[in-house]
Ligand binder design. Sequence first.
Ligand code: B12
Ligand code: SF4
Length: 498
Amino acid sequence: MRVALINPMFRLPIDTRTTPHMGLAYLAAVSERRGDEVRIYDADIEEQPLADFLREFRPHLVGITANTPQVMQAWCTATAVKHELDVPVVLGGPHVSVTPEDLDFESLRQPAVDMVVRGEGEGPWVEILDRVESFLCDQPSFTSRALMDPAHVIFRDVLGLSYKTADGELHRNADAVPLTDLDGLPWPAYHLFKMDRYTNLQPATDAVDGSRSFSILTSRGCPYRCTFCSQSIMPIKWRARSPESVLAEWSHLVKERGALEIGVLDDSANIRKPRLHQLSDLLIANGLNHVPWIFVNGIRANLADLDLLKKLKAAGLKRTAFGVETGDPEMIVRVNKHEDHDTIRQAFRNAKLAGIETIGFFIIGLPGDTRDSMQRTIDFAIEIDPMIANFSMMTPYPGTMVYEEVKRNGRFLMKSWEDYVFFDQKARYEMGDLTAELTEEMYRRAYRQFYWRPKYILRTVRRKDFWLNFGRNARLAWRTVVPRKEKTELRRAMEASV
Ligand code: B12
Ligand code: SF4
């Protein structure tokens, strides 16, 4: 079958990176293993109009991915697909997987959306392909209406699927069982992406030309449940690949794809430390440690001892992030972090001793935050002094505990799902004494106080990468100052894209 997978346009309001979509890369890989002809249309980097792509490729099935700020664009894309072809359209991704809020049904109510896959997609996606294919064999003159006819019950037992029959009825099947054998998955199908059009992993910091940066997933899920974190896709059960399986893919990325840097995208890569020791030993033994790599999303501070970090450094780890979230001792308990500030201090000390660059993720405006607690977050960021401090204003994603709390006791300030980006300098909710003005003031103060320190400026201008990247950094700083104009341009580009 011919299968198209689409990432709807959603560039961030500031100029950050674009990377191949790993979820689509995995779905493409399992489709190819099934024998399908697959194409990926990534609207963020594509020059060909979508209509031309569809007319040329004429897929039998279209899959579209959607996180929360992207979902409205996903609906527009679905409409554009149906305008060109009568073909079943499936949506998947973090937004449509939030069932407590009926967000699968919200998408199914869009006329152009036929099916929604909730959670990890590989299993349900292959099931859908199998069933559409057998239906196609019997029905040479195929219509999506016939496929979704309530008289056929072909999707009734596909786990993890919500769907709409042609009579308009919405159905939600039981959840799919999380994948257990991650080693059994094929590698993400990077060969289907126009790799030369993507940026490097952290373009504001590193001056590596695009196209040669790859991501890898060595584990899935996270056993923790922080109150602000959107965990609609990955189940609470943490599952890992074997070090040997990771090594094989890593080696392929370096030797066959010429990777110049690798980003490990795991939510919590260091849950089982011996696994990382083994992986590091293998990378060193196989001479792969010359390619720098980064823990993009942060590792747990409570599991980052000096011994492990030194080993990771020897294996090529250049930089790691840690989710610090808050500098206030009461707030860190309230967000369910299961870490204390001494542990976090020690993790940053260990990383620095091991020679690893650090990123700290901080949240301004958590429920319960006050001027004093937010100031403690800024002070703590200055104290632990990471190479990059990333402050974001609390954005309550549906399905999180913070979202429930704001729904009960506060007031959302977002007008549509598109506003759920957090580089926009706008507070997303108000609750009690935590007003939008206060959150925005403290957010600006956080950046000012952290980045405008003479010590920090001196350290930064001494970095070679800073000068190599000067033009881009200046542009980025400018866009952070004038986000509104940027957002209008973004919206115009998005509207023009479908
Ligand atoms: C890497 C990453 C990024 C990267 C790259 C994003 C990308 N293009 O993939 C960058 C830094 C650019 C990024 C940006 C943002 N991200 Co991000 N990101 C992640 C992260 C850490 C890993 C994504 C990943 O590769 N996962 C592994 C793959 C295998 O999973 P997947 O992509 O979800 O795909 C699986 C399923 O979702 C499903 N599926 C997905 N699409 C489809 C489509 C079909 C048809 C089907 C059948 C199934 C299906 O099947 C896939 C295979 O199992 C996740 C956290 C996480 N654990 O997922 C957050 C996450 C996805 N990001 C999140 C957010 C909020 C953002 C931003 C909105 C933040 C912001 N700045 O405002 C932006 C949006 C940018 C954008 N352009 O869309 C949230 C999404 C929450 C939500 N409700 O939408 C997450 C879940 C983090 C979190 N825990 O809060 N992100
Ligand atoms: S923030 Fe990190 S540790 Fe907390 S639930 Fe999300 S992925 Fe897990």
